[in-house]
Design a protein. Structure first.
Length: 257
């Protein structure tokens, strides 16, 4: 899988439509996210795209425009583009994207393969028709990688292409430590998922924080600011001995106790 990913990333003509940022919103829709949580997460992105702070951040760039696409992911076979690449440069274009996202059907899919989500997100930058000053994947999730390729080699391949990965680890049910959940998901994201210049994560553990956290995170990404927000860990501490296969080991334990 990783070898095919490298081949897919190798080709492609240069894009010529100049933007300040190419942003993939890569959103977890695995079964561990219940329908209410999925709806709240979707609402967070819709409201963020409509918010004046996000529009101000877009206007603050050299070109005053960004390219955005919205991808949902879960298991290895399930990444799907919900809203394809669109230019956002004013209130009308932002509202068009937000409306398209709000109207799109939602559906829970099985599995948690962050690696597959990253591969699908990274492939979307190829031949997309845009030349961004920065390329960013905004990766949300509520659990560790437990299916598909190991996450670290895939993350490193993505980073080698000049793509920054930011994280939105979501733990709305902190008391749930069953299959698919781990302690300190923010540490997992810091050590195993995010990377690149200025990479940061915003950890969310309260429903009341989620909508605001999504909006503020998008402002930081668009304006290229990784500090100044109380929930953001701009330079999260990493542990060289951290076990980035904790999700895979947990899956094996549950399937073959």
């Amino acid at each position: 899988m990783a070898g095919l990913f490298l081949l897919a990333m190798a080709g492609g003509a240069a894009a010529d439509d100049q933007v300040d940022l190419e942003l993939v919103l890569a959103v977890d829709v695995s079964g561990s996210m219940d329908p209410d949580e999925q709806a709240l997460q979707r609402t967070g992105y819709v409201e963020a795209l409509r918010h004046p702070e996000v529009l101000d951040a877009i206007r603050s760039g050299l070109h005053g425009r960004i390219a955005v696409t919205y991808l949902e992911w879960a298991g290895p076979a399930t990444p799907r583009v919900v809203v394809p690449w669109r230019i956002i440069d004013n209130r009308v274009s932002a509202e068009t994207f937000a409306g398209q996202l709000a109207d799109a059907p939602r559906g829970t899919m099985r599995g948690t393969s962050i690696s597959s989500g990253l591969m699908a997100a990274a492939a979307l930058f190829e031949n997309n028709g845009y030349a961004g000053m920065r390329k960013v994947i905004d990766m949300s999730g509520d659990g560790p990688n437990n299916m598909g390729e190991p996450v670290v080699p895939v993350r490193d391949l993505v980073l080698s292409r000049g793509i920054v990965i930011n994280g939105l680890p979501i733990t709305l049910r902190p008391g749930n430590r069953g299959y698919g959940s781990i302690e300190n998901l923010d540490s997992y994201y810091a050590n195993c998922v995010i990377g690149g210049p200025g990479a940061f994560l915003v950890a969310v553990s309260d429903r009341a924080q989620l909508i605001e956290a999504i909006r503020r995170k998008m402002v930081l990404e668009i304006a290229d600011l990784s500090g100044g927000f109380e929930y953001a860990q701009a330079t999260p501490t990493t542990d060289p001995d951290y076990d980035c296969e904790i999700g895979e080991k947990q899956r094996r334990m549950w399937l073959d106790p």
